[in-house]
Every structure is written in C-alpha cells, then in structure tokens.
Ligand binder design. Structure first.
Ligand code: OAD
Length: 258
C-alpha cells in the first residue's frame, strides 16, 4: 500500500530531527543519469570495473581521469531541481541532516549546508600515492565529449597522479562522513530516502539503522524500493513531484493555529 502525501506531511511535520538520504534519482531530473536505471543508467553503457576501481586507474589513469572530467562537465551544466530546493527549504524550520551518496554538489547549490557526502565528491581530487587533497582546488578546462583520455595532473607535494576524491568499488567510505551519518540516522525521528535503489552497502544501511532506532522511513521513488510497514512508507513518483509538495504541505500546516 502506498501512503498519501498528507499522511507523510503530518509525520514529517511532527518530526524534530529529519535525515534526508539521497541517491542518484534526485539528480536525474537535473539531467545527471542514475547508475542502474535499465536504459538511461550509467551502468547500462559502461563497465564499472573499467572506470571506478583503483585497478582501473592503475591500468589506464587517463581513461579514468577523462571519464570523471566528463562527469564534472555534466554536473557543471546541471542545475539543482525543485527537490533539492525543497530540501534546503525544509531546513529553515526543522533540524535537517542531508546525507547523500551523490558526488555532485546540487544540494549545496540549492542552499543545503553541511551536506555529508558518503561517496566523496567530484570537486575534491586527491593524490593516488600520498592520499593528500591539494590545498588549491584543481580546475580543468571542460571537455565537450565523453570517452576522452586525459592524463591526470600531478600532486604538488609528491608528484603522484591525482585521482578523483570519490569512493571506488572496494574502497572504504570516508570515516568521518560515515560516523556522522550513523549518528544522525540513529537520532532522527524521520528519514526521507529519496531516489536511491538502496542496494549499495554500507550506505544502504543508513535507512535501516534509522528504522531500527525507531524512526519512520519514507521512500520517495518512482519504483517500489521497499515493502511498506507501520513505520516504513512509500511515496511512489518522481522526486520533483513529491518532495516540493511534501514541504509545501508541511509549511501550510505550520501556519495553522495549533
Ligand atoms: P541507482 O542508479 O542504483 O538508483 C537510482 C534510483 O533512483 C532508482 O531506485 C530509481 O528508481 C530512482 N529514480 C530514478 N528517477 C528518479 C526520480 N526522478 N525521482 C526519484 N527517484 C528516481 O543509484 P543510487 O541508489 O544512488 O556509488 O546508487 C548508489 C551508489 O551506486 C552510487 O552512489 C554509486 C553507485 O555505484 C559509488 O559511486 C560508490
């Protein structure tokens, strides 16, 4: 059974602490492809093993660096959508922690502060050899097309190759981001899980932890990604359809005399 948006708005409206947990689906309507959607997802056309592993970088650093520059171009050309904006708006009246699996910066550009990036960020390259992040942010000329091989720049300290500061398959999540996410999940009243297939662990443990700690979990997704129960609810549909509507309904309710 799916929930009505009014029921979810009442639930979220009563919450003091909210965690918003997002995946690729929230940025899909900004033009950034998801990973696993069958026709449009990134993995429908590319092999993750060849692009998003340390061994792929060792084998062909130029291919991997070019791939991430292309993804940076896609992100630079994208704008936050109504769902990102509504989440930023929610934080004006509630304590909201945004935990994202996305490596784009669309939450920040919509106005969300202190976003936790569980899978790293495209904006912060680090050295493959010494693991340091260069002090000055590194900017490349945008490239216009996908699939170009571009040699990565060198680390100013040790001359190692710079790699994107994202989590690759087989790598640990950033420790501080993980710890903060776990604390927020265990301490929230409601977790909104938006646009994620929930199949990549350990990130996918975050909503489960919230549920086990007694919170309500609301999934917003065009696909049925969970079986609804008394504390797990589903709003089936696009993020830009449900998230702004949910926040508007809550704002209206806040204005009513109690
Ligand atoms: P997926 O590609 O696995 O899932 C995207 C989800 O978004 C699916 O459940 C879609 O149904 C949903 N979706 C599509 N369009 C949507 C829309 N307009 N509104 C809301 N939802 C929509 O992406 P993630 O769950 O983010 O990891 O994938 C998790 C991780 O897998 C990524 O962070 C990445 C990838 O490997 C790393 O890079 C480490």
């Amino acid at each position: 059974m799916t929930s009505t948006i009014e029921a979810v708005a009442a639930l979220v409206g009563d919450a003091k602490r909210i965690v918003v947990f997002t995946g690729a689906g929230i940025s899909a309507e900004s033009g950034i492809p998801t990973f696993r959607d069958p026709l449009t997802g990134i993995w429908a056309r590319h092999d993750p093993e060849k692009l998003e592993t340390a061994s792929a970088f060792r084998e062909d650093a130029a291919l991997v660096w070019g791939w991430y520059l292309w993804r940076r171009v896609q992100v630079a050309q994208a704008a936050p959508n109504a769902a990102h904006q509504a989440i930023a708006q929610l934080a004006r009246t509630r304590e909201v922690t945004v935990v994202t699996q996305n490596i784009d910066d669309l939450h920040e550009r919509a106005g969300s502060a202190d976003v936790i990036h569980l899978h790293g960020s495209l904006a912060q390259p680090k050295c493959f050899a010494c693991h340091r992040t260069p002090a000055a942010l590194f900017f490349e000329e945008p490239i216009a097309s996908e699939g170009l091989r571009i040699e990565p720049p060198r680390c100013p300290r040790c001359n190692g190759k710079l790699r994107p500061g994202v989590v690759w398959f087989g790598e640990d999540l950033p420790a501080v981001a993980w710890k903060r996410s776990v604390l927020a999940a265990r301490d929230c009243d409601v977790l909104l899980s938006i646009g994620t297939s929930g199949v990549v662990f350990p990130a996918a443990e975050i909503p489960i932890m919230a549920l086990h700690a007694g919170a309500y979990v609301v999934h917003i997704n065009p696909a049925q990604v969970a079986q609804p129960s008394s504390r797990e609810l589903c709003l089936i549909g696009r993020a830009t359809e449900h998230v702004p509507a949910l926040v508007s309904l809550m704002m209206l309710t806040d204005m009513l005399p109690s």
